[in-house]
Each structure stands twice: as structure tokens, then as C-alpha cells.
Design a protein around this ligand. Structure first.
Ligand code: NAI
Ligand code: MG
Length: 352
């Protein structure tokens, strides 16, 4: 195999703290498995924006296209609108590289207590449609600042877009417990959501061997808070999937542990791996950010790149550290980012 190449964008805020931590773990686990990667860092993000008026160069996507995967920290700072930061880097990558699946595992980890008073293990995956839906560029704003000011934002749902998300979810569920829960709102959103329901039902039936349970998203949120262990694969539109995945990660302990993969399943373009959380300006620079979401994202990247053994090794290592009672303050512990990472490195060595 030729050496695989990974583009690394640490980005803003705690991205610049958890990405180096995760890279230390990647180096350690790669060397334990005789793997070497060509890692290329790009200093893109809000600092780049301040200097150049853009989040990444004009040919940023072309540059990234030469890599096998992209590892991202987070973008966003309090004094630049998210319409510049997120829409100047993350969203163009997701769309330009047709990363139409955003995969977000939600799982209880030993040693991590969530807010629920249950010991029932939670283990589900959110498949979020990642290219269209409510996060569209269609719409506009008129008569700014006047009494008749008007804002319109159109949601875009296409047969191809809904079907490919539903197909991915159904195929994933077939290798798991065989249940797809579809987040809908066809009682209130009367055009796009009934269409979503129809296309999801057709597609899941076509895949076969999987049970489909459509649930109105408000009720689904309540059920997720009350009985999260009943879910297997949840398929959701861009907005619903975004919201449900923060809820899911909070139920398992902290948004700081949640990973995600933005996948181009056809592998025409590189896929992007990033934690679910953002740049966390409130704790940035303090050295206490939880690196688990970023490390787990590296696990998903290793899996995607075909290194299941290394992925498993890294996963087992950070889970063992948590199970041993070492954690960052968001999980009730006292470890710094560096201390937690050192413990993971020791665990990686011990398991080599
Ligand atoms: P956030 O996820 O950055 O933070 C929410 C809360 O969770 C904060 O209290 C934060 O301290 C805590 N938190 C998040 N990650 C943590 C970690 N690893 N360890 C410990 N605590 C952690 O969401 P927020 O505050 O809504 O957004 C901040 C900025 O990040 C905004 O500009 C937003 O647009 C951006 N953002 C970027 C994302 C990305 O790059 N993919 C995703 C979500 C938000
Ligand atoms: Mg989000």
C-alpha cells in the first residue's frame, strides 16, 4: 500500500489543543502497527481569516483533494460570525467532497457517568444527512432593519439525498440490531417531511431485513432522554441529526467524548473526521479540553483507511484510561488534556 496522506486542520479554540493530543496517539498506535502516514498540517481557520479575509485559500478544496482523509479540530470564534467561519471551511468541505453521511456513534463508556440514573448500556449510531435539508443556501433577507424586514430560508430535500442517507442507515442497521428509527416531523412540516417518510420507507424496504420505526422528532427527543438504550440506528435530516447528536452525546456523559465521520461513501473524495463539539471558547487556552472526541475521530479515520487493528488498539486504550478513573473536568475528573493524553500513550504502549 502506498503511504496514505492525511490533511490536518486544527482550526480554532480547543481544536488547537485536542488535535495535537490526538496526533500523539495516532503516531503511537501507527508505530505499534508498523504504519506510517504522511501528515500535512494546514493553518486554516480564524487566524488565517484575520490575515487573508478567508478561512482557507481559494484552491483549498483542490489541496485537500490530494489527501486520503482530513482530520479537523473545530472552527469558530466569538468575534467572527459563524456564517464566515463554518460556512468558509467546514460546510464547503462537506459539500464539495459530497460527504453526505455524517456518522455519529453514541455509546456509554466504562468509567463515564451520564446524567441518567440507569445502568442500561447505550449504543446507537446517528446517521445524519449532511449535504442538504434545512442547512441550505436558498433564501434571503429583505428590508433589513425596517419594520417589514423579512427572512426566508428554504429547506432542500431531494430523492437522491434522502435515499442515500436512508440506504446507508439501513445497511448499517443490518450489521447491527436491525432497527432504523427515522426522525420525522410530517405532522408539522407538510411538504418535505412526508416526502422524507416516503423515500425512507421505500429505501429501507428495498434494503430489506431491517425494521423501520418513524418517530416524530419531538417525541424522539423525549424518548432519547428517557430510553436511549432502545435505539440502534437513527436516521435524520441535517438539522434534526445535528440536534439529536448533541443530546445523545450529553446523555453518555459529555459532548467532549463524541466523535464523527463525514463520509463520502464512494471514496471519490477524502472523508473528514472531527469531534462533534465546537471550538469551546469558554475553556480554550486552559489546557483542560477533553481530547476523547478527537481521539475517537482518529479511530474512525483509521477504520475508514483500512486499519481496523490499529483502530481497535486506540479505542481500547482510551477506553481503558476512562475506565481506570482518569478524566478531564467535563467528566468530573481532574486530568488536564496533556495528563489524559499521556495516560492514553502509556496504555497504547502497554497493549502493543
Ligand atoms: P461547543 O461544542 O464548542 O461548546 C459547548 C459546551 O461544551 C461548552 O461549554 C464547552 O466548554 C463544552 N465542550 C465542548 N467540547 C468540549 C471538550 N472537548 N471538552 C470539554 N468541554 C467541551 O459549542 P458552542 O459553544 O455552541 O460553539 C462554539 C463555537 O464552535 C461556535 O463558533 C460554533 O459555531 C462552533 N462550532 C463548530 C463546530 C465545528 O467546527 N464542527 C461544531 C459546533 C460548533
Ligand atoms: Mg452540532
Amino acid at each position: 500500500m502506498t503511504q496514505q496522506s492525511i490533511a490536518v486542520i486544527a482550526g480554532d479554540g480547543i481544536g488547537t489543543e485536542v488535535v495535537p493530543a490526538a496526533l500523539d496517539c495516532l503516531h503511537a498506535v501507527a508505530s505499534a502497527h508498523g504504519l506510517t502516514f504522511d501528515l500535512v498540517g494546514y493553518p486554516w481557520g480564524s487566524e488565517y481569516f484575520r490575515a487573508h479575509g478567508r478561512m482557507m485559500p481559494v484552491d483549498g478544496l483542490e489541496t485537500l483533494a490530494a489527501h486520503d482523509a482530513v482530520l479537523l479540530g473545530a472552527v469558530g470564534v466569538p468575534d467572527i460570525p459563524d456564517t464566515e467561519t463554518l460556512w468558509g471551511l467546514l460546510i464547503p468541505i462537506r459539500r464539495g467532497f459530497e460527504q453526505y453521511i455524517n456518522l455519529r456513534p453514541v455509546r456509554t463508556l466504562a468509567g463515564v457517568t451520564g446524567p441518567l440514573s440507569t445502568t442500561e448500556p447505550i449504543d446507537f449510531v446517528i446517521v445524519r444527512e449532511n449535504n442538504e435539508g434545512e442547512y441550505s443556501e436558498v433564501g434571503g433577507r429583505m428590508y433589513r432593519g425596517r419594520e417589514n424586514e423579512t427572512a426566508i430560508q428554504e429547506a432542500i430535500f431531494t430523492r437522491q439525498g434522502v435515499a442515500r442517507a436512508a440506504r446507508f442507515a439501513a445497511e448499517l442497521a443490518r450489521g447491527r440490531r436491525g432497527l432504523v428509527t427515522s426522525a420525522t416531523k410530517s405532522n408539522g412540516i407538510v411538504h418535505t417531511m412526508p416526502f422524507w417518510d416516503e423515500v425512507v420507507a421505500e429505501t429501507v424496504a428495498d434494503v430489506g431485513g431491517v425494521e423501520l420505526e418513524p418517530v416524530l422528532v419531538d417525541a424522539l427527543a423525549a424518548k432519547m432522554a428517557l430510553k436511549p438504550w432502545t435505539f440502534d440506528v437513527v436516521v435524520a435530516s441535517n438539522l434534526f441529526g445535528d440536534i439529536l447528536s448533541d443530546l445523545g452525546s450529553a446523555l453518555t456523559g459529555s459532548i467532549g467524548v463524541a466523535p464523527s465521520a463525514n463520509l463520502n461513501p464512494e471514496r471519490r473524495y477524502p472523508s473528514l473526521f472531527e469531534p462533534v463539539h465546537g471550538s469551546a471558547p469558554d475553556i480554550a487556552g486552559k489546557g483542560v479540553a477533553n481530547p476523547v472526541g478527537q481521539i475517537w475521530s482518529v479511530v474512525m479515520m483509521l477504520d475508514h483507511l483500512g486499519h481496523a487493528d490499529a483502530a481497535h488498539h486506540l479505542q481500547a486504550s482510551f477506553e481503558a484510561v476512562l475506565a481506570g478513573g482518569i478524566s478531564t473536568p467535563d467528566l468530573g475528573g481532574t486530568a488536564t488534556t496533556a495528563e489524559f493524553t499521556r495516560a492514553v500513550l502509556t496504555e497504547i504502549d502497554g497493549r502493543a
